[in-house]
Design a protein around this ligand. Sequence first.
Ligand SMILES: [Zn+2]
Ligand SMILES: [Zn+2]
Length: 103
Amino acid sequence: MPIEEIHQMALKAVPSLGIATVYRTLKSLLEEGIIKTVELPGQPVHYEEAHKGHHHHFFCNSCHGVFELEKCPGDIHQLAPKRFQVTDHEIILYGACADCAKS
Ligand SMILES: [Zn+2]
Ligand SMILES: [Zn+2]
């Protein structure tokens, strides 16, 4: 979720919490490897728990929601040319989520 949303959630527990404190907390959680960032083109950085392991994301063009996908096609490293070493990949699907596709 984006930092604004995290801040809104945290405010319910600690009404005086400033966004600077949220930034600092996220930074140290990142350094400790507890959370990681998800970068989507044109979107604020999303934060999610790091322990979830390898997965991908679906971005809804209508509500700008970010959804986690459980599956990975797995063998896409073979798309790279011969002798190229692939160390990681990112897959983002774009479209409309179930709620937005209905309306
Ligand atoms: Zn949507
Ligand atoms: Zn994957």
